[in-house]
Design a protein around this ligand. Sequence first.
Ligand SMILES: Cc1cc2nc3c(=O)[nH]c(=O)nc-3n(C[C@H](O)[C@H](O)[C@H](O)COP(=O)(O)O)c2cc1C
Length: 176
Amino acid sequence: MSKNLIVYFSRSGENYVNGQVVSLEKGNTEVVAEMIHSCIESTLFQVETIHEYPQDYHQCTQEAKKELENNERPKILDYVHQFKDYDHIFLCYPNWWSTMPMAMFTFLESHQTEHKHIYPLCTHEGSRMGHSVEDIQKLCPQAIIHQPLAIRGSQVKHAKGQIEKWLKDQNFEIQI
Ligand SMILES: Cc1cc2nc3c(=O)[nH]c(=O)nc-3n(C[C@H](O)[C@H](O)[C@H](O)COP(=O)(O)O)c2cc1C
């Protein structure tokens, strides 16, 4: 039987929602990653950086911008040691400056993605997937990249139906 892995990056703390800065107890992407996990048999893995990002929204955006401009690869706390056992990889991340957080670049470059089926899911505040799918394609040239899903951060709590439909459309069996 094929095995499913959900890899996600998410940040709690201050974020920009519907034009306002609000403090999130749980990051938006973590909410949707857990929804996928509740729908299909899968392993959940959080990408965490050794260096924590600021809670303050504006400080965080500035730090993230510098990382992107310098094409950095922030060090991550852990890796998926049995990555080769998984066939389907869900990549869940927030849109940061129109792409994935650089920690996801670190993650993808640290694992063998050849022939893996990748399903990108991005939470955002208006820029949808940005150019993240093109970036995944460059980082994983031999992976099979499937239909991506963009969900607005402020809508994640109501996204279960959308996620179920997305999974069904890609032939995943939803568990009840
Ligand atoms: C550093 C940073 C950069 C962001 N850049 C964008 C952006 O370019 N476009 C966009 O639509 N949203 C942007 N956002 C908003 C996030 O994508 C959105 O709030 C997302 O749902 C946050 O997910 P999280 O709570 O799981 O971290 C940015 C947020 C942060 C913190």
